[in-house]
Design a protein around this ligand. Structure first.
Ligand code: N01
Length: 548
């Protein structure tokens, strides 16, 4: 069996588009399989009202092509979902990527054939593709957590999931709306729904720290300055721990007086977004004292903003919840929304949502809340779900779900032992960082690894088990040096704890983006020393059925 293609890529979001560009520029034949009817990935599906990035637009984009940077204008500090989707469509068209993307095609299985060193990929449409390499670009937060309520189908009203929002507009005007979930998605949606709904009931299980986004429209001079400074912006991003266009604070809590603490936190709060914790004190995630101070500052802000003291206390995260232990969402007048007469907050931390009835939401104690519309903003089977939900089999028929039954284990978030010729972009154990800037070096590294394999006459590349173990240990060490382990008890997706029954394991690299990039570059530049290579006899090149 000979391969038809050099590379099959699953997914046409940021990762898949960038990987296709990389493959083409290396002369590889590639085909992208995409379940949706257009490019966009996350930004195709998560089209709920209020959806926008939490990263600043000037770094939430690709950096590989100067002309692309020059001809794209970002209208706001945080681009909205339609704006990001337009950008990705523009990228697809500008680089003529669509001719190698097959839409409306969901992958059913991908099985490694050990005799021929190829991946046999089957789709739900019944096609079969044979490829030397397989790249998963299927997203880190792409498989939604389905509402687990047995009687949901009995509900007589409308219901929606934020992560599978319909293309048609949803009208909340004059309706009683229930929202379950107050993570980043719910937090963005809630103020928009509140503006028109007759009544909005928000069901909150865990209060999180919602930082003010402070979005603004970019005026002409700002947009021109961004374009003129892309090199400097990218330089800054490469040095920043989370791949953000920000500078380190260059101070820790102990460097300044208690009076200064409040002034610095106030300035960070006013700047808005992740600048609150990235530009105030550099030890917020590693020093419990620094973290507690920044956390209490947010609680006090909530108490100042929310007029009803009981509601304010419910919105305050508990003292055993460090800031950042669950990914902090950015709010657009989120806390202010609870001052509206038509909005009610229901605490379900000790009185769970038990089921959905024909007329609304029922809690464990039997209380019922009537609703015309229910929105589920309940999160994702993060980091691993997009792979474990597909039948992906490596050597010896081992599935990726079996491989990760104790939690995800990877080498550099790019490869997995026992899964030869298999690569991931934005896979588990990627740095906790701004997604597009992680995607670029991953796509480049994968391109280099494939080229290296071919140029040395090999047909197989696979990381050693020792390298995977070492990287996993590193991920655990970094994680344990932070305040994030406390998130396990409060169901953080950082460790897989948000999905009942899911194996827990450190799903992100907390060693900082610059360290990660250093490791990735070193691996490539030293000739992939943590990898084993081999070749099948009579290995012909792919025949290239792709459009390119
Ligand atoms: O999901 P989440 P998300 N009963 O897991 C609640 C990225 N993102 O889609 O906290 C009641 O954060 C759950 O409660 P609890 C971003 O990285 C980015 O909002 O488990 N409630 C929680 O409140 C983000 O972190 C952007 O107690 C239940 C909510 O559902 C990640 O995606 C925008 C429940 C889930 O929150 C995920 O965000 C959106 C139950 N049975 C998302 N089960 C931007 O960049 C779950 N919940 C802007």
């Amino acid at each position: 069996m000979y391969p038809d293609l050099d590379v099959v890529v699953i997914g046409a979001g940021f990762s898949g588009l960038r990987m296709l560009y990389e493959a083409r520029s290396r002369g590889l034949t590639a085909r992208v399989l995409e379940a949706a009817s257009d490019v966009g990935g996350t930004w195709y599906f998560n089209r709920y009202p209020g959806a926008r990035t939490d990263s600043e637009s000037w770094a939430y984009c690709f950096g590989f092509d100067k002309r692309l940077q020059e001809d794209w204008d970002w209208p706001e500090r945080y681009p909205s979902q339609p704006q990001v989707l337009s950008y990705l469509r523009h990228v697809a068209d500008r680089f003529d990527l669509r001719r190698d993307i097959q839409f409306d095609t969901r992958v059913r299985s991908a099985v490694f054939d050990e005799e021929h060193d190829v991946w046999v990929v089957t789709t739900e449409r019944g096609e079969r593709l044979v490829s030397r390499h397989l790249v998963s670009a299927s997203g880190l937060l792409s498989v939604p957590y389905e509402p687990p309520f047995p009687r949901l189908s009995s509900f007589r009203g409308e219901w929606y999931m934020t992560a599978r929002w319909p293309h048609e507009p949803v009208d909340f005007a004059g309706k009683r709306v229930a929202v379950i979930g107050t993570g980043a998605s719910g937090v963005q949606l809630i103020p928009i729904v509140a503006a028109t709904a007759a009544r909005l009931t928000v069901f909150q299980r865990t209060a999180n720290y919602i930082l003010p986004a402070r979005n603004y429209v970019l005026h002409d001079a700002q947009r021109q300055a961004i374009k003129a400074n892309y090199d400097a912006i990218w330089e800054q991003v490469r040095r920043q721990a989370m791949g953000m266009p920000m500078n380190p604070a260059n101070r820790v809590l102990g460097d300044v007086s208690p009076e200064e603490h409040q002034r610095i936190l106030e300035a960070g709060w006013e700047e808005g977004g992740f600048r609150y914790f990235l530009e105030t004190f550099d030890d917020i995630f590693v020093n419990p004292e620094s973290n507690a101070l920044a956390a209490e500052f947010v609680r006090n802000k909530i108490r100042t903003i929310v007029r009803d003291p009981a509601t304010a206390e419910l919105l305050c995260p508990k003292p055993d919840h460090p800031l950042g232990a669950k990914r902090p969402p950015l709010g657009h007048f989120y806390y202010e929304t609870f001052n509206r007469d038509n909005v009610e907050l229901v605490d379900v931390s000790g009185n769970a949502v038990d089921d959905i009835t024909p007329t609304g939401v029922r809690l464990a104690d039997g209380t019922e809340y009537e609703a015309d519309v229910i929105v589920f903003a309940m999160g994702f089977d993060a980091m691993t779900g997009s792979l474990t939900s597909v039948d992906v089999r490596g050597r010896g028929g081992v599935t990726i779900a079996e491989k990760w039954r104790g939690g995800p284990r990877t080498h550099l978030a790019l490869t997995v032992d026992e899964f030869p010729n298999f690569f991931m972009i934005a896979g588990p154990q990627i740095p906790f960082a701004n997604a597009p800037v992680m995607i670029e070096p991953a796509a480049e590294w994968i391109g280099e690894a494939i080229s290296y394999t071919r140029e040395h006459g090999h047909t197989r590349i696979e990381p050693t088990a020792q390298a995977v173990t070492a990287y996993n240990e590193q991920c655990e060490t970094f994680f344990n040096a932070t305040v994030f382990p406390a998130g396990e008890k409060i169901r953080s997706w950082f460790v897989g704890a948000n999905i009942p029954g899911k194996p827990h394991g450190v799903a992100l690299y907390f060693g900082g983006y610059p360290n990660y990039i250093r490791e990735v570059r070193q691996e490539a530049e030293e000739g992939f020393t943590h990898y084993r290579f081999s070749a099948v006899r009579d290995a012909r090149p792919s025949v290239g059925v792709a459009g390119s």
